[in-house]
Design a protein around this ligand. Structure first.
Ligand SMILES: Nc1ncnc2c1ncn2[C@@H]1O[C@H](COP(=O)(O)OP(=O)(O)OP(=O)(O)O)[C@@H](O)[C@H]1O
Ligand SMILES: [Mg+2]
Length: 287
């Protein structure tokens, strides 16, 4: 059955730079993986109607689901692929603490999230994770600037600070001149770039993106992926769900799910170092 991620850290097998941005103290062992999931299962329904959305390999003796086990290193860029219904969104919802597993453990940045209550989980989501969805999920009739300020408002930042940081995030995605525009005054690609700015404004350790380019034309897709490449290049961990090989080409590692189990796990580039498809002019921001 599927190879899991043990040993993906590289242990010196990769030739990328040994020290990454923001991580000058990284030793040979490196920091612990930002994501550690152990034998995680998720099922819906009961009895004969049970759907094992995440099941992992089956126990060879009993046939019981053994669950999904997966580590993701800080700074990695992981694409999760698989056909419709294979469990991609289920996995992402668990990784993002939007849903809880039926079985198994999930350690995020060393914290066992299974032990947190709803209030603590929402703090974790706000502080550690930036979400990007296929349907943008912007607030209607609200300017780009106000959308991007929102997560900072939840985090308790003051108004001047919110404005400054939201404008910086909008500049990073190339939309400084659209900060007063509402969603219906922006193209699809621009709306998704606002959503990317909103996801990154709190400087989360991890970006989770579920089909972020699923509703975009090819030009906007390249723009959004270029921004995500740039964010990964400066040290953000990215987990991105996609159906498309063209999108997965940007990732350092590609995991494929079939029927709720990992069936392949391929490294396309070292964790340390820039993502494989990055365009150099996009590193460090856009004009
Ligand atoms: N709330 C739910 N109740 C019952 N079954 C569910 C629920 N959510 C998901 N499932 C089932 O779990 C399985 C995995 O769903 P999931 O949404 O993770 O698939 P996916 O890989 O993201 O698919 P897609 O590419 O279509 O988005 C599917 O068979 C789905 O029908
Ligand atoms: Mg899905």
């Amino acid at each position: 059955m599927g190879r899991t991620n043990s040993g993906s850290r590289g242990g010196g097998r990769h030739t990328g730079p040994a020290v990454r941005a923001g991580d000058a103290t990284r030793g040979d062992a490196g920091p612990p993986p930002v994501i550690q999931i152990r034998r995680v299962t998720k099922s819906y329904g009961l009895g004969d109607a049970t759907v094992h959305a995440l099941r992992g390999p089956s126990d060879p003796v009993t046939g019981e689901p053994l669950g999904v086990t997966l580590d993701i290193e800080q700074g990695d860029f992981v694409a999760v692929m698989g056909s419709s219904g294979s469990g991609k969104s289920t996995l992402m919802n668990i990784l993002g603490c939007l849903d809880v597993p039926t079985g198994g453990r999930y350690l995020l940045d060393g914290t066992d999230v299974g032990h947190l209550d709803e209030g603590q989980l929402s703090l974790v989501r706000n502080r550690k994770i930036g979400f990007i969805f296929q349907s943008f999920n912007l607030v209607p009739r609200t300017t780009a600037l106000a959308q991007v300020e929102l997560p900072l408002a939840y985090a308790g930042a003051r108004s001047a600070e919110r404005r400054r940081r939201a404008l910086a995030a909008l500049s990073l995605v190339g939309l400084a001149d659209r900060s007063g525009h509402k969603p219906n005054e922006l193209s699809g690609g621009q709306q998704q770039r606002v959503a990317v700015a909103r996801a990154l404004v709190t400087a989360p350790a991890m970006l989770l993106a579920d089909e972020p380019t699923g509703n975009l034309d090819s030009r906007s897709t390249e723009e959004v992926l270029g921004i995500i490449d740039g964010l990964n290049a400066i040290g953000r961990t990215v987990v991105l769900i996609t159906h498309e090989d063209e999108v997965a080409r940007h990732a350092k590692r590609v995991i494929r799910l079939v029927d709720g189990a990992i069936v392949s796990d391929v490294r396309q580039g070292p964790v340390a170092g820039p993502p494989p498809a990055i365009r150099p002019e996009l590193v460090g921001g856009r004009s």
